[in-house]
Design a protein around this ligand. Structure first.
Ligand SMILES: Cc1ncc(C[n+]2csc(CCOP(=O)(O)OP(=O)(O)O)c2C)c(N)n1
Ligand SMILES: [Mg+2]
Length: 418
C-alpha cells in the first residue's frame, strides 16, 4: 500500500486516474496510439511532477527549469496529459481530442516546437535518452560558468525497454557515467513488454548491471507504489553519479484484459475495455471528463514552481553575470559565432588553402570558439588529427572552486574530467 494517499489534498488514485483516463480516451478518439505506457507510468510521473520536477507551467521557457524528456515518445499521451493537467496554456483539452491529427499540437510522437513543454523531439527509441545526456552536459557546463545561483537544474528522463535496447544508449550512458552527470536521472519503465510480447523474446541484457558498469548509480522501485517511487527519486537526487531507476511497472495498468500484455502497447483498448478499466481504477467519469477538484489540484502543481522562478529572476537581475548569461541564452553569442563562421568561410573561399577536411573542420570550430563561450565541441578521441586547438572548457561543478581562486585556472579546466 502506498504511503502517499493524497496529492494536493486529492486522492492519489484520482490524480493518477486522470492521466490514465486521458490516455485511454485520446487514443480511442484517434483510433491509434499507445495507451499502455502512460497507464503504467502514471504513478511515477505523478510523483515526479508533483514532488520533484522544477517547472512553472505559466512560464515554460524559464532557463533554469528542470528538463523532462519523454524518451519513450510513443507514450506521448503521458506528456500531453500532464501538460494539459498542469496548465500549459497551449495544451488545451481540444488538442487532446485532436491527438494524432494534422495541425494539432499533439502529434503521435512529441515534436519540438509544436507545444510548450516538449523539450525535444522523441519517438526514435533511445534518441531522447542521448539528447538528455547532452542537456545534462550543457547544465554542468553552464553551472561551472555561472554557478548555482543561475544554473542549477536536473534533467529527468522516462525511457522504455526499447530505448535501452538501442545501441545509442550505450554511447550516451557511458559518456554520462564518465562525466559523473549526477543531475541526470533516468526513470526506466521496466515493464518487460515491448511490441512483440515479452522483452525476453529479443533481449536478455541485465540493464541494471550495464548501467552500473558504466559508472551509474542504479536503483529500483515499484512503479505502482507512489511512496516507493518517491523514495527512489529522493535517493537519486542525492547521488554523485547519474542515476538509473528501474521502475517496475505493469503496462496498461488498470485494464482488466490487456494489462501486462503487448496488447496494451500500441492500439486503442476499445470502448468496452475502457469502461472496464475505468471501473477498476475507480474513475467514474466520461470521455475527456476531469472533475474540477482533480483539475484544480493538478493546476496547483503546475503553478508551484512560480516562486522558484521569481526568485531566480531576482537573482539574475542582481547578478553581475546578467549580461553574459543573457548573451548566452538570448542567442547573441550564437549570432556572433555564425557571423564569425561566415567571415571564416569567405576567407577560406578566397584563399583556397590546401587543407585536409578534418583540419578545415578544426579551423571552423576555432573561428567560432571565442565568440561563443558556451560552444562545446568534441572529437571522438581524435583531438590531434582534427586540430581542435581551443582551450578546453569546464563542465564539472567541483571545478568552480578552481575558477574562483585562480584567474588562469579556466585554461586548465579539462574536458573530459581527469
Ligand atoms: C529506433 C526505433 N526502432 C523501432 C521503433 C518502433 N517501436 C516503437 S515502440 C517500440 C517498442 C518499445 O518497447 P518499450 O520501450 O518497452 O515500450 P512499451 O511497450 O513498454 O510501451 C518499437 C520497437 C522506434 N520507435 N524507434
Ligand atoms: Mg516496455
Amino acid at each position: 500500500m502506498s504511503a502517499i494517499e493524497k496529492i494536493e489534498g486529492v486522492e492519489a488514485r484520482l490524480m493518477t486516474g486522470a492521466i490514465r483516463a486521458l490516455a485511454m480516451d485520446a487514443v480511442e478518439a484517434a483510433k491509434s496510439g499507445h495507451p499502455g505506457m502512460p497507464m503504467g507510468m502514471a504513478d511515477a510521473a505523478t510523483v515526479l511532477f508533483s514532488k520533484f520536477l522544477k517547472f512553472d507551467a505559466g512560464n515554460p521557457n524559464w532557463p533554469d527549469r528542470d528538463r523532462f524528456v519523454l524518451s519513450a515518445g510513443h507514450g506521448s499521451m503521458l506528456l500531453y496529459g500532464l501538460l494539459y493537467l498542469t496548465g500549459y496554456a497551449d495544451m488545451t483539452l481540444d488538442e487532446l481530442k485532436h491527438f494524432r491529427k494534422v495541425g494539432s499540437k499533439t502529434p503521435g510522437h512529441p515534436e519540438y516546437g509544436h507545444a510548450q513543454g516538449v523539450e525535444t523531439t522523441t519517438g526514435p527509441l533511445g534518441q531522447g535518452l542521448a539528447n538528455a545526456v547532452g542537456m545534462a552536459i550543457a547544465e554542468a557546463h553552464l553551472n561551472a560558468r555561472f554557478g548555482d545561483e543561475l544554473v542549477n537544474h536536473r534533467t529527468w528522463v522516462i525511457a522504455g525497454d526499447g530505448c535501452l535496447m538501442e545501441g545509442i544508449s550505450q554511447e550516451a550512458l557511458s559518456l554520462a557515467g564518465r562525466q559523473k552527470l549526477n543531475k541526470l536521472i533516468v526513470i526506466w519503465d521496466d515493464n518487460s513488454i515491448s511490441i512483440d510480447g515479452a522483452v525476453s523474446l529479443s533481449d536478455a541484457t541485465d540493464q541494471k548491471a550495464r548501467f552500473a558498469a558504466s559508472g551509474w548509480n542504479v536503483l529500483s522501485c515499484d512503479g505502482q507504489d507512489l511512496g516507493d517511487v518517491e523514495k527512489a527519486l529522493t535517493a537519486a537526487t542525492k547521488s554523485d553519479r547519474p542515476t538509473l531507476i528501474a521502475c517496475k511497472t505493469t503496462i496498461g495498468f488498470g485494464s482488466p484484459k490487456k494489462a501486462g500484455t503487448a496488447k496494451a502497447h500500441g492500439e486503442p483498448l476499445g470502448a468496452e475495455e475502457i469502461t472496464a478499466a475505468k471501473a477498476a481504477l475507480g474513475w467514474p467519469y466520461g470521455a475527456f471528463e476531469i472533475p474540477d477538484a482533480v483539475l484544480s489540484a493538478w493546476r496547483a502543481i503546475g503553478g508551484k514552481g512560480a516562486s522558484s522562478r521569481e526568485a531566480w529572476e531576482r537573482r539574475l537581475k542582481q547578478s553581475d553575470q546578467r549580461e553574459a548569461f543573457q548573451a548566452a541564452f538570448g542567442g547573441a553569442n550564437l549570432d556572433a559565432a555564425i557571423t564569425a563562421l561566415g567571415l571564416h568561410a569567405a576567407k577560406v573561399a578566397a584563399e583556397k588553402p590546401a587543407l585536409a577536411t578534418r583540419a578545415s573542420s578544426g579551423a571552423a570550430i576555432n573561428a567560432m570558439w571565442a565568440a561563443m563561450p558556451e560552444l562545446i565541441g568534441g572529437s571522438a578521441d581524435l583531438t590531434p588529427p582534427t586540430t581542435r586547438s581551443p582551450p578546453a572548457r569546464p563542465i564539472s561543478r567541483p571545478r568552480i572552486a578552481l575558477a574562483a581562486t585562480s584567474a588562469t585556472a579556466s585554461a586548465s579546466m579539462a574536458w573530459p574530467r581527469p
